[in-house]
Design a protein around this ligand. Structure first.
Ligand SMILES: CC(C)(COP(=O)(O)OP(=O)(O)OC[C@H]1O[C@@H](n2cnc3c(N)ncnc32)[C@H](O)[C@@H]1OP(=O)(O)O)[C@@H](O)C(=O)NCCC(=O)NCCS
Length: 189
């Protein structure tokens, strides 16, 4: 299968409708960990709902409006990343992430998002990559900050998750900033 290496034994891979049964089992495994933050942790409950979710992203990808990837550790699904939105015309996309509790703390998502931002900006010519997270979701916020995203503000109570309404903090990375940061990292400045 096509994949992008993230760390020894860990890779970023396609996640497609034919993998619905495996994805449903993975969601069962991560449900409790994701439940406070991610709506689909409450709605994917079997292979059928898993397939519908994966099919939605396959359809978005076919229209070039979104994408979904899995993160595998030693071959086992351990999380994933997505372009939740992808607007070629405006040059704006939003990245999302999740991990199994057992895969947290190894830099896998930071590495995956770095590769996605490289692709979005270098290959697809995106101008702005967004990161949205409730400001109390400290691990998610830390990923955006570790990658150098800039905090812009908060949309209050905008994101419903299982009967609660989360705030949506917005962080962004602009293409020029990404190029500058990468050049600085390469020259050790
Ligand atoms: C958000 C989430 C994916 C972040 O996971 P994470 O493991 O903290 O993020 P990364 O995979 O980038 O790993 C970073 C951690 O690995 C450590 N690390 C180890 N090697 C590293 C490396 N080479 N590069 C970067 N970080 C590294 C970092 O120090 C950091 O750990 P620390 O915060 O304890 O210091 C995870 O907390 C999660 O799944 N949360 C629930 C779902 C969720 O909230 N999704 C986002 C909704 S907005």
């Amino acid at each position: 299968m096509l994949s992008h290496p993230l760390a020894p034994g860990a890779e970023l891979c396609p996640l497609e409708p034919w993998q619905a049964e495996e994805f449903a089992a993975h969601v069962d495994q991560v449900r409790e960990h994701l439940a406070p933050w991610i709506p689909w942790a409450h709605t994917i409950v079997d292979a059928e709902s898993a397939r519908a979710h994966l099919q939605r992203y396959a359809d978005l990808q076919a229209r070039d409006e979104g994408r979904l990837y899995g993160i595998r550790v030693d071959g086992k699904l351990a999380g994933g990343t997505l372009f939740r939105t992808f607007h070629g015309q405006s040059g704006v996309c939003e990245v999302g992430v999740w991990l199994d509790r057992g895969a947290v703390g190894r830099g896998l998502v930071t590495a995956a998002v770095r590769a996605m931002v490289d692709w979005a900006i270098d290959v697809r010519g995106m101008t702005r990559v967004e990161w949205r997270a409730d400001p109390s979701n400290t691990r998610s916020v830390a990923v955006a900050e570790r990658l150098g995203f800039t905090f812009e503000g908060v949309l209050r109570q905008t994101f419903p998750v299982a009967g609660r309404r989360l705030d949506s903090g917005i962080w962004s990375m602009l293409a020029d900033e990404w190029h500058e940061a990468r050049a600085a990292a390469q020259t050790g400045r």
